[in-house]
Design a protein around this ligand. Structure first.
Ligand code: ADP
Ligand code: MG
Length: 329
C-alpha cells in the first residue's frame, strides 16, 4: 500500500511539474543598456529570471563598452600598443568581427572607432565633422592590424575599436542561452533591432513573428512580417540613428574607407541566422557593401538569409528568405 501511495504521489508530482511547464507564466522585462532599449518576453515560472537576465546585460556592458573605464574595450583602446588579456566573451565578439571583416573585405571593421567618434547622431543640433579630421580618422581603420593571439588582444597605439556593430547581437545570443539554460523554451528578445527567438509561442500559437520596419513610417509600422523559430533576425538601417541636413541622410553606418555614412540605394538590411552575433556584424557589413555585393556575400553562406529594403521601398531577398515572409504590412 505504501509503495502504491508513493508511486501515485510520484506520478502526481510528475503531472504537476509537466503542467507547470506548460503553463509557465508570460513575463516581460525592459531595460536600457548599450544605449539601446532591451526587451525580453519569456515564458517561465521563475519570477526572478528576467531580472537576472538584465543583470547579465549590465555585466556585458561593463565588458564591451567603449566609454566605461576599465572595460575590456577601454583597456584595448588605452593599451598603447601593448597586449591586453581579455574575457573569453570579448574574444568571441572580436572573432566574429574579424571573420565578418575578412568576408566583407573590410566593409565591416571595428577599428572604425576614430571615425565613429567624430559623429554625434543624437545631438539636438547635429553638425558635420570636419572633412580633413574625418579623412585622417578613417585612414586609421585597418582590421588586419588588430591581433588576437593566445587570449590576448593587441592594437597599434593610434588605433581604437568600437563594437557597436556586433556587440548587441552577441549579447542577445548570450542572454538567450542563459534563458535556455534556465529551462525557457519560449521567448523573444529584442535588443534594439537584434531579435532572437527561442522556440515558438506557447500553447500551440505557432511561430514567433517579427516585423521589418517600414523605413518611411514611425517605429512599429511594418513593411512585412517574417516567421522566426529559434532564429536571430537583425536589421541595420539608416532611419534608426541619424539626421537629415540639406536633403542628405547622415546615419551611423559608415564607410570605413572615408568615415562618411554610406550613401547607396539601401534603406535597411535584415539578416536571418542562427546566431545574432554573426547576424549583427553581417547586417552592418551587408549594408555597407550594398545590394549586389551584399547579396553575393550572403548567398555564399550556409544558414544565412537576407532581405534588402531600398530607399524607394523595393524589397529584395536572398533565395531562402522569401519562404520566411508571412505577410505584407
Ligand atoms: P545598431 O543596431 O545600433 O543600429 P548596427 O549593427 O547597425 O547598429 O551597427 C552600427 C554601429 O556599428 C555604429 O553605431 C558604429 O558604432 C558601428 N559601425 C558603423 N559603421 C561600421 C562599419 N563599417 N564596420 C563596423 N562597425 C561600424
Ligand atoms: Mg550590426
Amino acid at each position: 500500500m505504501k509503495k502504491y501511495v508513493a508511486a501515485l504521489l510520484a506520478l502526481m508530482f510528475a503531472f504537476t511539474a509537466c503542467a507547470a511547464q506548460e503553463d509557465a507564466a508570460k513575463r516581460s522585462a525592459v531595460g536600457f543598456y548599450f544605449d539601446t532599449v532591451v526587451s525580453i518576453t519569456a515564458y517561465t515560472d521563475d519570477a526572478q529570471l528576467l531580472d537576472r537576465a538584465l543583470e547579465q546585460c549590465q555585466k556585458y556592458e561593463q565588458l564591451l563598452s567603449k566609454t566605461i573605464e576599465g572595460s575590456d574595450v577601454w583597456n584595448i583602446n588605452h593599451a598603447q600598443g601593448q597586449p591586453v588579456a581579455v574575457a573569453q566573451e570579448t574574444l568571441e565578439v572580436l572573432e566574429i568581427a574579424q571573420y565578418v571583416s575578412g568576408l566583407s573585405q573590410g566593409a565591416f571593421d571595428v577599428t572604425i572607432a576614430p571615425a565613429v567618434s567624430l559623429w554625434d547622431f543624437a545631438a539636438e543640433d547635429p553638425v558635420l565633422p570636419d572633412g580633413e579630421a574625418l579623412a585622417q580618422a578613417a585612414a586609421l581603420a585597418d582590421y588586419t592590424r588588430l591581433v588576437i593571439e593566445d587570449g590576448m588582444v593587441t592594437l597599434p597605439a593610434d588605433m581604437q575599436i568600437d563594437l557597436g556593430g556586433v556587440a548587441k547581437g552577441y549579447i542577445a545570443d548570450q542572454i538567450a542561452q542563459f534563458l535556455r539554460d534556465n529551462g525557457v523554451t519560449s521567448a523573444l528578445l529584442n535588443f534594439g533591432g537584434n531579435v532572437v527567438t527561442i522556440g515558438e509561442k506557447p500553447d500551440g500559437q505557432g511561430p514567433w513573428r517579427v516585423g521589418i520596419q517600414n523605413p518611411d513610417q514611425s517605429r512599429g509600422a511594418y513593411l512585412l512580417a517574417v516567421t522566426a523559430t529559434d532564429m536571430a533576425v537583425v536589421t541595420s538601417g539608416i532611419y534608426e540613428r541619424g539626421f537629415d541636413l540639406d536633403g542628405v541622410r547622415y546615419h551611423h553606418l559608415l564607410d570605413p574607407e572615408t568615415g562618411w555614412p554610406v550613401q547607396n540605394e539601401l534603406s535597411s538590411v535584415t539578416i536571418f541566422a542562427e546566431r545574432s552575433g554573426l547576424a549583427d556584424a553581417l547586417s552592418t557589413a551587408t549594408f555597407v557593401l550594398g545590394t549586389e555585393a551584399g547579396m553575393a556575400m550572403i548567398e555564399a553562406l550556409d544558414g544565412v538569409e537576407a532581405i534588402f529594403v531600398t530607399r524607394d521601398e523595393q524589397i529584395l531577398a536572398t533565395s531562402g528568405a522569401a519562404a520566411l515572409v508571412v505577410s505584407n504590412g
